[in-house]
Design a protein around this ligand. Structure first.
Ligand code: MCN
Length: 776
């Protein structure tokens, strides 16, 4: 089944944020040019003469409620010093790009001209750049956060005999000790963030390029002091999110609607690329110290990982990223004892929030480097060491002993890791690999908790034309929900898919939702839609049974017709059932009108709407998973490295993936391909380069290198389906999987080609060249 949204999106029919509100006033922002400074004075005077200027606002101009620090979205007891920004900087700026002044003008040109004339007098403070400098704590990002430490957390799982990880390592026949470095990167959706707001004196309508329209709605209503029903938030077509658009509210999401209300005019802001680099959010940056003890077979007896994690300047998303790294690091392996400790520190750089994979690529890099090092140490095949450590299929449900962000244990629900290994080895040709100088093969395995709660909902309505309208509150950024959710509804209701339409991300249609992130839409919304369809189906059968004078238990629905099982001629179309469901018989066509006029359901003894029944053929339901379901995958790649230039080329890339029951294999493969491309970027090209002053020196696509199609080989994909026993459809998530192990796989392959350890990501040709010089 091809993606139904693509013809529209690929032929320029999409409606993205900046396609809307062409007549709106434009907002632009003066952003801090300094990484750390105190604001002494702001002189907006010179901007006031700019033609077309409408308003200029600093933090002092904002009402108390609007100017408050933005919410800390996911608190955690270990986050002892959580800090969030104010919508406009209050007294101190803590990273280059922090918004300081908002300008509203007739158009963006005038707004930007006015921004350029505003003079901000800064007293420069010493910036804290780099993880180790932050951890040293001599200079502080937040005056009231000692040592720059926002959070510190230790989790330990002891061996069955009660032995701790450190003891187990001491007692192990073999030990290794090493350090890994992962640099900063970021989501780079084609479309940046953006907000457009309209106020009609009573109701506020906000369009936002967001992954979480219902949460933006609640945040905006709270910040502006409006009752929820007076605020609607709509995510139009969204040109990618990859995590960065889950933050809510962004400063601009509060300020633009507030300005629209204050001025009584439509106001819009669309982020430009430089703003995206310096003012949104980044991820990945971690330094890891690893100690591992293992036996002669390579079985891990004890693992001790210490992580230094970079928060950036603020923590709107709490410590979700290092929690994911530390709790999901073990992947498909059963280790004797595990201790993980992270310290998350503030730096004067852009804040860190989840980016596709959200902490998992770092954890997988650690675990898979560990597996390769063990194999190398013992002179064993790298896949044999992995096999020796796998959790076996008969061990599910398997409790890794880790406690997740929500306080719940992480319990793997199902999987078959040995089978996946067999499949990936066959797909890439592991055992027949032609090993030559400058050519290496690598492997990486991961397990990914997907489909987190707390809930999603679905609403399904069948109208008198026989069409099915599905809505769910989460948003879409390119994941193909219009297709996949329609497939679910069509299958559940027994209607042709052409009759099903799907709306996402519009609070007018569905008000209670969480959002699209953490590879959760298919599991949580998909199941909610299936449950809502089942309600509607039951209702349709009840009404049809009445009309056909049959028992509902004897009825079935196929091709949009309710019929008596085994007697296809005794049938009634769903369009007719929809008309019968409402005592006001508005039929869509004459035939249905005739068929429903004297339907026989009217009776002097019965009320027009039966007791306990609601009018209309529609239903709503919610799905709230008891815990995450665990998808898994194994990737393998072949790379070639140039003997002279150290250029690194990925020549083959193979994926075996298990996301439970597949709704749409083509969409899942597309998701994986995109993820692999992003992962290749993270492994070889993409990094955020800060200078010692906290300036992001590569804040443009001239200098921040993303892979083109020319750098990404064809991704060869195979699926294994181990259904999740946790949800009605047996689904696990797929949206992040592709990116998660790529750095580990590429490191494994380069290491194989070069014969020395690759312990940092990304790696550029010049870094590989230097590494060669060191190992000569
Ligand atoms: N699917 C399926 N069968 C399964 C599992 C999933 O057919 N067993 C389909 C789903 O129906 C959906 C797609 O695969 O159409 C992804 O589903 P899911 O794993 O539930 O992920 P989400 O829909 O929740 O999407 C979020 C995920 C995340 S967290 C990031 S980041 C990401 C990603 O999706 N950002 C994306 N993929 C992206 N793809 C695009 N084009 N743009 C982004 O910003």
């Amino acid at each position: 089944m091809q993606r139904r949204e693509d013809p529209r999106l690929l032929t320029g029919q999409g409606r993205y944020l900046d396609d809307l509100g062409r007549e709106a006033l434009a907002a632009a922002f003066v952003r801090s040019p300094h990484a750390h400074a105190r604001i002494r004075d702001i002189d907006v005077g010179p901007a006031l003469d700019v033609e077309g200027l409408v308003a200029v606002y600093t933090w002092e101009d904002l009402p108390e409620r609007v100017g408050r620090a933005l919410p800390l979205l996911i608190p955690h007891p270990a986050l002892t010093h959580g800090r969030t920004a104010h919508p406009l900087a209050k007294e101190v700026v803590r990273h280059v790009g922090e918004p300081v002044v908002m300008v509203v003008a007739a158009d963006r040109y005038a707004a930007e001209d006015a921004c350029a004339l505003i003079e901000v007098d800064y007293e420069l403070l010493k910036p804290v750049v780099g993880l180790e400098e932050a951890a040293h704590g001599a200079q502080l990002v937040h005056e009231d956060v000692p040592g720059n430490v926002g959070a510190h957390l230790v989790q330990e799982v002891t061996a069955p005999g009660g032995q701790g990880a450190r003891e187990a390592i001491e007692a192990a026949p073999h030990t290794l000790d090493f350090r890994l470095d992962i640099e900063r990167s970021a989501s780079m959706p084609l479309e940046g963030r953006g907000v457009y707001a309209r106020w009609d004196g009573r109701d506020l309508r906000v369009y936002s390029s967001t992954q979480t329209s219902t949460s933006v709605r609640m945040a905006v209503a709270a910040a502006l002091g409006l009752p929820l029903p007076q605020v609607e938030v709509i995510a139009p077509d969204v040109g990618g999110g990859f995590g960065v658009k889950i933050v809510h509210p962004w400063p601009e999401e509060v300020l633009v609607p507030w300005a629209a209300m204050t001025l009584g005019r439509e106001v819009k802001w669309a982020e430009d690329r430089r703003e995206h680099f310096i003012s949104s959010a980044h991820e990945r940056a971690q330094v890891q110290h690893v100690r591992v003890g293992f036996d002669d077979e390579g079985r891990v007896l004890g693992l001790d990982v210490t992580i230094l994690h970079d928060h950036g300047a603020y923590t709107p998303y709490g410590i979700i990223v290092p929690i994911v790294t530390s709790t999901q690091l073990l992947g498909p392996y059963r280790v004797g004892a595990y201790r993980v400790e992270f310290t998350a520190v503030y730096t004067n750089t852009v804040q860190v929030t989840p980016y596709r994979g959200a902490g998992r690529p770092q954890g997988v890099f650690c675990m898979e480097r560990t597996m390769d090092k063990i194999a190398h140490h013992l002179g064993k095949d790298r896949t044999a060491v992995r096999e020796a450590n796998f959790i076996r299929p008969e061990e599910f449900p398997y409790d890794q002993g880790m406690i997740f962000q929500d306080g719940r244990p992480l319990i793997y629900d199902s999987g078959d890791y040995p089978e996946m290994l067999r499949m990936i080895k066959e797909l890439i040709g592991w055992d027949s690999f032609d090993r030559r100088p400058g050519r290496g093969i690598g492997i990486g395995c991961y397990v990914e908790g997907t489909g987190v709660g707390p809930y999603e909902g679905g609403h399904v309505q069948i109208t008198s034309d026989g069409r099915v309208h599905v809505s769910t509150g989460l948003t879409s950024q390119g994941q193909g929900h219009e297709t996949a959710f329609a497939q679910i509804a069509a299958a559940e209701l027994g209607v042709p898919i052409e009759r099903v339409s799907v709306v996402t991300g519009d609070t007018r249609r569905f008000g209670y939702a969480v959002g699209t992130f953490a590879s959760r839409a298919a599991v949580v919304s998909g199941n909610a839609i299936a449950l809502a369809c089942r309600k509607v189906r039951e209702k349709a059968l009840r009404i049809a049974a009445d009309a056909l004078e049959a028992d509902p238990a004897d009825l079935d629905i196929a091709d949009g017709l309710v019929h008596v099982a085994g007697t296809p001629s005794a049938s009634i179309p769903l369009s007719t059932v929809a008309v019968l469901a409402n005592p006001l018989r508005y039929a869509f066509d004459e035939e249905t009108a005739k068929a429903t006029q004297f339907s026989g359901t009217a009776s002097p003894d019965r009320p027009p709407v039966a007791e306990g029944e609601e009018p209309g053929l529609e239903g709503r339901d919610y799905y709230s998973p008891i815990r995450s379901t665990f998808a898994a995958g194994m990737h393998a790649a072949i790379v070639e490295t140039d003997p002279d230039t150290a250029e690194i080329k990925v020549v083959r890339y193979a994926v075996v993936h298990d996301c439970g029951r597949l709704i749409n294999p083509m969409i899942v493969e597309g998701q994986i391909h995109g993820g692999v491309a992003q992962g290749i970027g993270g492994a070889l090209y993409e990094r955020m380069v800060y200078d010692p002053h906290g300036q992001l020196v590569n804040a443009s696509f001239m200098d921040f290198l993303m892979p083109y199609a020319t750098e990404v080989p064809r991704v060869e994909t195979d699926h294994l389906e181990t259904p999740s026993p946790l949800n009605p459809l047996g689904i696990k998530g797929a949206g992040e999987a592709g990116v998660i192990p790529v750095s580990a796989v590429i490191a494994s392959a380069i290491e194989d080609a070069e014969g020395f350890a690759i312990d940092r990501m990304p790696i550029s040709p010049s870094e590989l060249f230097e590494a060669r010089e060191r190992h000569r």
